[in-house]
Design a protein around this ligand. Sequence first.
Ligand code: CP3
Length: 345
Amino acid sequence: MNDRFLRACRREPVDTTPIWIMRQAGRYLPQYRAVRGKTTFLGLCKTPELAAEVTVQPIDFLDVDAAILFSDILIPVEAMGVPLEFHENEGPVLPQPVKTAADVQKLDVFDPTDRTPFTLEAIRQTVQALHGRVPLIGFAGAPFTLAAYMVEGGGSKSWLGVKRMMRQEPQLAHQLFGKITETIAQYLLAQVEAGCKAVQIFDSWGGELGPEDFEIWTLPYVQRIVQAVKAKHPEVPVIYFGTGMSTLLTRMKKTGADVIGLDWRIEIDVARSILGDDVAVQGNLDPTALFLPKEEITRRVEEIIRRNGGKNGHIFNLGHGITPPTDPEMARHLVSEVHRLGRRS
Ligand code: CP3
């Protein structure tokens, strides 16, 4: 097994810098679009053979050092009882958002083997298809990010729905966040038990909260999820990723995650000097840097690796998901350049 990724998560020495790419199985890849053409996005998430097939595609094509389960952070939201739709080229729509105490009451803290068997089966089939080549990463959304979608009923720029609930009905919001937290902890444990070797918690909109609110609405909940995974599987690295959170790094570290996922808004050496050397980092090339010419991509990779200064505990990634208009050839160039320039002497 190529264990560079897991070694870097544990801050152990590696032969070269490991890399994987958020959304590496996605619409920028023609081979993904071919499989996706057979069904809907949710159909793809719920058909284990197809989910396993697209998960493995970037391993073959890009030569990345880890696979990530093909699914979506909103799958467990649907399993909690909130209907979910994906409209073509639009993103998620939740036509019956969570607004009232009755809505929160109704939410089901589900048993993953019962309500999301397709996710666990996709993991088992992916692990088989990977033949031990690279580890599989499982994932879930963080409570604030999931609550934001649940209350808003879809994407938003300002997330006023969830923020208003937090301000005006804090008890109700805490009940909601608590239910999500319990569900996500069980969901991640089930993913590990099905074969995932690491897990990532996506807090895509976590940067919408200031320091005080992060400490009330995010820290205790993410801590609980990290502790639940660690209590049963202390060997499984937990990655906590968020965007717009460069001003919250010391607080992100308090979650207890082994790896902090960075977006591109901060230099990696500055982030590491704030975080200290007892935690690994993942990142942090701007996804749109892949629109640059190859030589310029190389220069940016060189800069990140130089700034990391040869320290253990760096997993290369983009600062957020790879975008659909990216030329797949540029993603391949990125991976081979990270492996070339990251080589330890
Ligand atoms: O990283 C991977 O390759 C694994 C698969 C994965 C997807 N979504 C597939 C996907 C992962 C880890 C996610 C997580 C996810 N989903 C997040 C957190 C990461 C992030 O980007 O911040 C969020 C916020 C979602 C919710 C979501 N799903 C949105 C907002 C959208 C629409 C935006 C878009 O890119 O169209 C999705 C759809 C989605 N999730 C697609 C894929 C491949 C595109 C759907 C399609 O094929 O039509």
